[in-house]
Design a protein around this ligand. Structure first.
Ligand code: NAP
Length: 319
């Protein structure tokens, strides 16, 4: 906790940033919006509905001055059109540049389905990885040397992780050498398996992005186990109650949304991390991501798949 407090004090009031954070309407994202705005930053934050965004503002309880630095924005990551619209609205705010992008929004869809844009990947991979890739590519031209992009993944992308949750989870899909031909989920979809694949792919694109844009710091992180959030909203009712009220007793290193949000502040604003890129973090520390996440052949292949789905041939990498 002392470390968390030290991390969250590392920005100075004179160092105010323009921050774009997705999934700011609930959970860790919402706590991060509250922290960033309390530190004097300007925060554009997204959610899928204006009602959820308004509720988040009520929860944040900003002062009048803080409210003037909060920009709620609609973004549905199951639609490329919605991504484009969000970027258009962001541009209309006329900020001189974008300092920090946090790709935080995430979901785990309970049943197999597809977005209107693609059947090549199922909807969880689309929302958690393809859409953040597209959003990043549209926003990078507004960034500057030293800007940072943070991708919120999960430690559970790593099948070698041996914690309580991992022991309960099946890792066949994420270890499958033929995974690339199964991203549509038709053969073996389960919510958790494809959630993990989406987060592995997210770390892949963070590593490729870091290589493609050496002037920008591209980081990825696991937010820790944060049982109080709405991430399990699609689970059966009883599971949700257990998740929010029991799991933090069972899993000793569970953290609060505020603690996890303090780490977002550290990763994106600390001077100590200036120039650090292509790096994965967990609990505020640099960690190794899974073995497969360093397979750049697969990473580049996934990147090119994003280019194809988003119809951006100019970003294709020659393999
Ligand atoms: N909680 C944990 O233990 C844990 C562990 C590892 C990783 N994570 C990751 O941490 C991040 C934050 O999750 P959280 O726990 O704070 O969950 P949360 O409370 O459910 O918040 C998720 C946020 O993402 C938005 N979102 C969900 N699906 C979306 C979609 N298809 N398009 C656009 N926005 C969407 C939600 O917006 P709406 O309000 O519109 O629904 C909400 O703002 C996620 O990437 C998650 O995978 C969480």
């Amino acid at each position: 906790m002392a470390k968390q407090q030290q991390q969250s004090q590392e920005t100075t009031p004179s160092d105010h940033k323009v921050i774009f954070i997705t999934g700011g309407s609930s959970g860790v994202g919402r706590s991060a919006v509250k922290l960033f705005v309390s530190k004097g930053h300007t925060v554009v934050f997204t959610g899928r509905s204006s009602a959820r965004l308004e509720d988040a503002i009520k929860w944040i309880q900003p002062s009048k001055e803080e409210r003037s630095r909060l920009y709620p924005l609609i973004l549905d990551q199951e639609s490329l059109e919605s991504v484009r619209n969000a970027v258009t609205v962001f541009k209309s705010f006329n900020f001189p540049s974008l300092d920090i992008l946090i790709n935080n929004a995430g979901c785990s869809n309970p049943t197999l389905r597809y977005t209107a844009d693609s059947t090549r990947v199922e909807s969880t991979i689309f929302a958690n990885t393809v859409a953040p890739w597209y959003l990043s590519m549209l926003l990078i031209p507004l960034m500057h040397s030293g800007s940072r992009i943070l991708f919120i993944a999960t430690g559970h992308h790593d099948p070698e992780r041996k914690d309580f949750m991992m022991r309960m989870l099946n890792n066949d899909a994420i270890l499958d050498p033929d995974m690339f031909n199964k991203l549509d989920g038709k053969e073996n979809y389960t919510a958790m398996a494809y959630y993990k694949i989406s987060k592995l792919a997210m770390i892949w694109i963070s590593y490729v992005l870091a290589k493609q844009y050496p002037d920008i710091s591209v980081l990825s992180a696991c937010p820790g186990f944060v049982p109080e959030t709405d991430l399990g909203r699609e689970m059966p009712w009883l599971m949700q109650v257990i998740m929010k009220n029991v799991m933090h007793y069972v899993i000793p290193d569970a953290v609060t949304a505020h603690q996890s949000a303090s780490e977002y502040v550290y990763y994106t604003t600390s001077d100590k991390l200036e120039g650090v890129t292509a790096t994965f973090f967990s609990h505020g520390e640099i960690r190794k991501s899974s073995k497969r996440s360093y397979n750049m052949e697969e990473a580049n292949k996934f990147w090119n798949l994003c280019c194809e789905i988003c119809n951006t041939p100019e970003h294709i990498i020659n393999l």
